[in-house]
Design a binder for this molecule. Structure first.
Ligand SMILES: [Zn+2]
Length: 264
């Protein structure tokens, strides 16, 4: 037990040192970072797809029955998600950015928690649930300013049906985050994977590309993932909040790090 803890401490220190020396670090996050904020994952045990039919998020199904889809969509994303608050893992990433230790965040999450934590360079592979977009004129609205008392909600300008501005099944990934992700893969010294097991195509290929471009891969996950054996250099096993809090101690305490490096 003691041995295991020491080894983890060593790995945390090593990861912190690599992050401090990195010229450009990208954090690559998935559902696992938000689970501790109370947002259930879509897949796996206790996941949303055990409770709801994923078809409501299929674009063809949605367009064929927007009112029916919206009943479920409101239940999942606008009653439940909206109560969630960023946790220590989100907050640590935001502070890393403020201190010049993090270049950008590529996230598969649609919960807006990185932005709420204070992160600015956030690229969302699958869009964001906080915005609604008119399926006719493309105008966007903040979800909170649209009444969800009647389904489906409609556009004030043109009367078109409003759709959550995240990527539905059958829709393409938006170009901006895709470009930002490919660029991040090619320029990053370090890729910090947090809370994603690499199951969703094509997003799961981004860290693999980063590795091919020479990035060091640090992975934070409660269990080994598809990445762990294949591309990960340092695997920090545990909950995102616990690991990121431990990392933060070493990242943001110069005196501790100086002693380790023998700079004094
Ligand atoms: Zn419209």
């Amino acid at each position: 037990m003691g041995y295991k803890i020491n080894r983890m401490t060593d790995k945390i220190k090593e990861a912190a040192l690599i992050l401090k020396r990195s010229k450009f670090t990208t954090a690559y996050t998935g559902a696992g970072i938000s689970v501790e904020s109370g947002i259930p994952p879509f897949r796996g045990d206790g996941g949303l797809w055990g409770k709801y039919d994923p078809a409501v998020l299929d674009i063809r199904y949605f367009l064929a029955d927007p009112a029916g889809s919206w009943v479920v969509i409101k239940d999942i994303f606008y009653d439940f998600f909206s109560a969630a608050k960023p946790n220590k893992a989100h907050l640590t990433l935001a502070r890393m950015e403020q201190e010049g230790m993090l270049g950008r965040i590529i996230t598969q999450n649609i919960d807006n928690l990185h932005q709420e934590a204070g992160s600015r360079m956030v690229f969302e592979f699958h869009g964001n649930s906080k915005n609604l977009r008119c399926t006719h004129c493309r105008r966007t609205y903040i979800a909170g300013e649209i009444s969800l008392d009647h389904f489906p909600p409609t556009c004030r300008e043109c009367g078109g049906i409003l759709k959550p501005d995240f990527v539905f099944f059958g829709e393409a990934i938006p170009q901006l985050p895709l470009t930002a992700a490919y660029e991040a893969a090619s320029i990053s010294d370090v890729f910090l994977i947090i809370g994603t097991t690499g199951e969703v195509m094509p997003a799961n290929q981004i860290p693999v590309m980063a590795k091919e471009y020479g990035a060091t891969i640090i992975e934070v996950n409660p269990q080994p993932s598809n990445y762990t054996q294949n591309i990960t250099d340092i695997f920090l096993q545990g909950k995102a909040t616990e690991i990121m809090e431990k990392l933060a101690v070493h990242l943001f305490s110069p005196s501790l790090d100086d002693n380790q490096d023998g700079i004094n």
